[in-house]
Design a protein around this ligand. Structure first.
Ligand SMILES: Cc1cc2nc3c(=O)[nH]c(=O)nc-3n(C[C@H](O)[C@H](O)[C@H](O)COP(=O)(O)O)c2cc1C
Length: 364
């Protein structure tokens, strides 16, 4: 066993006393069990353990810790703990436990084997932490996202679909004034859907649960699809979209997500473009195995000191811009996360007064 060096306070010649006091004063529950005795009973529990569980030490010592589970035994964590103890390896997990008064609490429990000089396990030490407040908060956040998804996005999608059917005439002819009003409604429902989708995407990305659907495709198709989608928005602002398709090769990526990134960058450029200007979308292969997309506008440009804020969530450069131009403040952060999930790079170059060029590269 490795020799541990300690530096106890002067005057504390009795190291054991210092360790004992530290454990007694700890805010986490700490128990020690004896696996050499039948059913691995608790031989020590600190005051914080009594406080956490509501049991006095006389009601704890000599029992196996499972009494905290009461009848709630069918938990994955319990199985994992049983395995870890059998294999004599440490474990950290969260499980449902019950206080003396019957109240449920979520116990974040770490169990470690304690070995003697010969490496034999002579005890286990368990550290308990009540994480009920955190688990409840996480559950409320989860419920909130579920409401956004089901109670907000689902009906909005159907409203948007109905409005679009009126706008494109497939629901029958309407007069010019109605068409004008419907167009405003479609624009706003589109913005609202984009905002909701951004919020839900960000949550999935943050949780590391974003799955890429990889396939090989011609990136020119993605550029054409996005230009087709955003043409009405560009025309409404008098902005022309120009595609510069240079020699390139196919990419292995998630086509829908690449379209999402392009859509975001191009829509941003249109928003910040002055009337009668152009937005250039360039596709090229600067190196073998590298596909580069860039979107260049003649907008106001971005000052150097703001560049690194651009791809950070909720960082609109100027909050008045948000209201003027719309957007969740998540768009570029989502683009960056998606490009990086592909192992690619994203960036921007800009000259104040001349315009900005957002680009991203995908390899392979
Ligand atoms: C040091 C130590 C601390 C433990 N602390 C707890 C605890 O706080 N709550 C709990 O439900 N189980 C705790 N356990 C786990 C149970 O004692 C038991 O190992 C678990 O329920 C799985 O085994 P079983 O199927 O025999 O019950 C602890 C185990 C050890 C060794």
């Amino acid at each position: 066993m490795e020799t541990r060096h300690t530096d106890f306070l002067p005057g504390h010649s009795d190291h054991l006393a210092v360790l004992f006091r530290a454990v007694e004063c700890a805010r986490n529950g700490i128990v020690i069990t004896d696996p050499t005795r039948t059913d691995n009973p608790i031989i020590y529990a600190n005051p914080a353990f009594s406080q956490l569980t509501g049991y006095a030490s006389a009601q704890i010592i000599g029992r196996n810790c499972r009494f905290l589970q009461r009848d709630d035994r069918e938990q994955v964590a319990v199985k994992e703990i049983r395995e870890a103890i059998r294999k004599e390896i440490p474990i950290t997990t969260i499980l449902r436990n019950y206080k003396k008064n019957g109240t449920l609490f979520w116990n974040e429990l770490t169990i470690s084997p304690v070995r003697d000089e010969q490496g034999r396990v002579i005890n286990f030490v368990g550290i308990q932490n009540d994480v009920t407040a955190r688990i409840d908060a996480e559950r409320r956040v989860q419920e909130f996202y579920s409401v956004i998804s089901h109670e907000l996005r689902t009906p909005l999608t159907s409203i948007h679909g109905a409005l679009t059917a009126v706008e494109d005439g497939s629901a029958g002819r309407v007069n010019a004034q109605v068409t004008r009003l419907i167009r405003i409604a479609v624009d706003n429902s589109t913005r609202l859907m984009r905002l909701i989708n951004d919020i839900l995407d960000w949550k999935t990305l943050e949780a590391g649960k974003f799955k890429l659907n990889l396939a090989t495709f011609d990136p020119e198709q993605a550029v054409a699809a996005v230009i087709g989608e955003l043409l009405p928005m560009a025309e409404a602002k008098g902005v022309s979209l120009v595609a510069e398709i240079m020699p390139h090769h196919s990419v292995h990526a998630d086509q829908d997500r690449i379209i999402q990134v392009l859509n975001n960058l191009i829509a941003n450029s249109i928003k910040f473009s002055p009337p009668n200007s152009r937005v250039t979308i360039r596709l090229e292969a600067p190196a073998k195995d590298t596909t580069r997309f860039s979107v260049t506008d003649r907008g106001p440009g971005i000052a150097n000191e703001h560049m690194d804020k651009l791809f950070v969530r909720f960082q609109q450069l100027d909050s008045s811009d948000t209201r003027k131009k719309g957007g969740s403040g998540l768009g570029l952060a989502i683009c960056k996360a998606i490009v990086e999930l592909h192992g690619g790079n994203i960036g921007v170059s800009s000259v104040v007064g001349e315009g900005s060029s957002f680009w991203f590269e995908i390899f392979g």
